[in-house]
Design a protein around this ligand. Structure first.
Ligand code: NAP
Ligand code: GLV
Length: 308
């Protein structure tokens, strides 16, 4: 039985990392496997249509990331194949830095200085204190929970939103669809770290974005389909929103002709908020593989009905 690897880049590096940690496991790049029927497990982020069809004896897919929407609802992946995602694997700290970058932008007016520079304007602005900024983190899972806790440790006034009830020190955690509108109405910095599911798709639509108070700042590091980009651009253009920092887009890469590129109030990052770190990920996948094969509970086993 083979543990196959098919990354989008650096497949060899992944293979070496697996082999050095698990010398007794047969690990090969998928492209080097002569008989796909020998593959029992695969670590991958490669999801071209039909990719999994030849792997007729597949037992588990280890996603090389946290968001698994592209592994769901596929004709080529049987429902009895376990789908196991990464938990953190070095991403949480990066995600917290990404959120903090936006929070500091707002507090310290770095966005205003970027724009002032274009007009040769020297205009020092008084900073705000972290506690004066009302931040809301959407999604309090592995990444969002860490981000919310980090921001709270730094003194921000943090609320968080999830499906189920949560307790995070110094974070006001609320849950359930009914609570979202009220929360948005009092949010000055909104940070979405939600997965893509049928329920989160277009969650931040024109109506909900308009509930944010005038001058609010929006961050999306979850998935592009949860935010109406046109509505966001309108609210930036008409001055209702102060700015936004987006890492994820409805179409990636964001097409070069898209008006978002030219919006001065929008900071764009190319789906780079948090990278999977290979060593951490391989360590975690091997631990999950061992638990899976022993029939034990595996953290990150995707619930296909919830879609995350
Ligand atoms: P996770 O542990 O599964 O957490 C997801 C969170 O979202 C949970 O708190 C969950 O609530 C909440 N949630 C899901 N559906 C909801 C709904 N309908 N209403 C309210 N809350 C809902 O996932 P994670 O590891 O934190 O990752 C989150 C997402 O970040 C990934 O799915 C991916 O899309 C994105 N991501 C982006 C990057 C990047 O570089 N931009 C990198 C990694 C991940 P419960 O806790 O109640 O279940
Ligand atoms: C990256 O976006 C991930 O989901 O890990």
């Amino acid at each position: 039985m083979i543990f196959a690897v098919a990354a989008t880049t650096q497949t060899r590096k992944w293979v070496e990392a697996f082999r050095s940690r698990a010398p007794d496991l047969r690990v090969d790049a998928l492209e080097d496997v002569p008989n796909p029927g020998d593959v029992a497990w695969i670590a991958t982020w490669e999801t071209a249509p039909g990719r999994f069809a030849p792997l007729t004896n597949l037992r588990a897919v280890f996603a090389m990331g946290a968001g698994v929407e592209k592994f769901l609802g596929r004709d080529d992946l049987r429902d009895d194949v376990a789908l196991i995602r990464l938990n953190d694997a070095g991403m949480a700290v990066q995600m917290a830095d990404y959120a903090l970058y936006a929070a500091l932008t707002v507090l310290r007016n770095f966005d205003h200085y970027d724009r002032d520079k274009a007009g040769f304007t020297w205009r020092p602005l008084r900073p705000r204190s972290p506690s004066s900024l009302r931040v809301t983190v959407l999604g309090l899972g592995t990444l969002g929970g860490f981000v919310a806790a980090r921001l709270a440790e730094r003194g921000y006034t943090v609320s968080g939103w999830s499906r189920s009830e949560k307790q995070i020190p110094n974070v006001r955690a609320v849950h359930g669809a009914d609570s979202l509108d009220r929360l948005l109405a009092e949010t000055e910095l909104l940070i979405s770290i939600l997965p893509s599911t049928p329920e989160t798709r277009n969650l931040l639509d024109a109506r909900r974005l308009a509930l944010l108070p005038r001058g609010a700042y929006v961050v999306n590091a979850g998935r592009g389909d949860q935010l109406d980009l046109d509505a966001l651009l309108n609210l930036l253009d008409n001055g209702h929103l102060r700015g936004a920092q987006l890492d994820v887009f409805p179409t990636e890469p964001l097409p070069a002709t898209h008006p978002a590129w030219e919006n001065p109030a929008l900071r764009i990052t190319p789906h780079a908020a948090a990278f999977t770190l290979i060593d951490e990920a391989v360590e975690q996948m091997l631990d999950k593989l061992a638990r899976f094969e022993r029939g034990e509970k595996v953290e990150g086993l995707v619930d296909r009905t919830r879609c995350y």
